[in-house]
Ligand binder design. Sequence first.
Ligand SMILES: *Cc1c(COP(=O)(O)O)cnc(C)c1O
Length: 486
Amino acid sequence: MQYVSTRGHAATPSFSEILLGGLAPDGGLYLPAQYPQVSGAELDQWRKLSYADLAFEVLRKFATDIPEADLKALAHKTYTADVYRNTRAGEHAAEITPLRTLEEQGGKKLVLQSLSNGPTLAFKDMAMQLLGNLFEYALAKQGAELNIVGATSGDTGSAAEYAMRGKKGIRVFMLSPHKKMSAFQTAQMFSLQDPNIFNLAIEGVFDDCQDIVKAISNDLEYKAAKKIGTVNSINWARVVAQVVYYFRGYLAATTSNEQKVSFTVPSGNFGNICAGHIARMMGLPIDKLVVATNENDVLDEFFRTGIYRVRKSAETYHTSSPSMDISKASNFERFVYDLLGRDSARVKDLFHKVETAGGFDLSGQAGSDGNEFTSVIQYGFASGRSTHADRLETIRFAEKTYGITVDTHTADGIKVAREHLTPGVTMIVLETALPAKFNETIREALGRDADRPAGFENIEALPQRFEVMPADAARVKAYVAQHTGL
Ligand SMILES: *Cc1c(COP(=O)(O)O)cnc(C)c1O
């Protein structure tokens, strides 16, 4: 399997060659030169597999340069009942992503797929845990080391730290805005005592953290000398790991390959639902892929109108589903590449226009950049949005009607999914976090605290390890240099 850049760079690297990197040299994103196909016979065989074995079957189609025995061992080390143990009553941890029927009426069926039973209680663990093991494996092979520098407002940073803690050859330097994360998220990250994890609390906001990471990434000399890497949502291995649970959800919700399902996905950077698109391109019988956004509705706008208009900082709202508070969707380019028939020259032009003019228009109207919006429907995409008031209402409704507490992001998903139910096609909503992570809004909706999984009861009381630092890239660089000895 060879990979290509969405912007047409000539090199065609292997899976292992793009594993530790980010963007392609031309600023594009990597995709397989061709999507591997899954036959009906294969799908039938996969129905019987454990999650780890299914993950291996999917991974081996993409990571063709890693020996199969090694890949299988990595999948089995990652997808265990112990790692994904934060289940609700009635769920079996061994299923890794258990399904639960929420409602069934008049042929319409709504099902929840739990993706948040991993160590940090959010779906990012599904991919990040695999990435930690893949990185450790690849670095050991090369006798190399890697220093990950990242910025987080919550979920990504904690998932990365829990995936990389104690891993040989890897250090994590995670920047977060000082005193701006929830008490629970802060405690999750700062209570880690592993010597390879460094929490830097930056005196500023999330954008300041992100700017420092960008400054470090742009200093190519420093980056090479200090062996700096990232784990952001454009990482291809993360996307592949996410493809697995779409297969799993389909196989668990159906009994024959004649049946179709739809997925509704709470979306921010388009990473999660991009994996759904890829599963569909591989031949998984998916009817609709429904994008659910919050008030930051840049994606909903595109899927309703064909116009992609990124938001300025002042137009980006802080909402009660904060992991979806994005101004532009960093993985969207992967879908646009397919939508444009893999015309990399046009992709390059359009995303150049995003930088210079703030967006592009594929609506087909006079003066637009193209008419491909008419083809969106062939790819199964639909969308909807939700507001704070919708979230509160949906959290109350889920409690009363389904008997479960859902987090704010999943509430956005359920609200939008219910608007897209079709008789005869099971709708699967992806649960992207457990409610304990966003307790402030659960209290607002239900007047009580969310349940916490065992082991998280007193997390705020644990000793914390972090360094407060001004929003100054030079200071962060010096800190990284000092603690890597490079
Ligand atoms: C990251 C995240 C999302 C958004 O996922 P994307 O891949 O960026 O679309 C949604 N919900 C939660 C809880 C998250 O942590």
